[in-house]
Design a protein around this ligand. Structure first.
Ligand SMILES: [Zn+2]
Length: 42
């Protein structure tokens, strides 16, 4: 499952526990599941 950073729009492959975007440090990601799109606070 991959996630998309809501700030910079980069896609992150794995998020475990509390993780920040490696590109911009943002903490809110969009879950990139097939059929299901959910907002997640990391
Ligand atoms: Zn980012």
């Amino acid at each position: 499952m991959s996630y998309k950073c809501l700030q910079c729009g980069k896609t992150i492959e794995k998020i475990e526990g509390r993780v920040r975007c490696p590109y911009c440090g943002y903490r809110i990601f969009m879950k990139m599941r097939p059929k299901v799109v959910k907002r997640v606070k990391a």
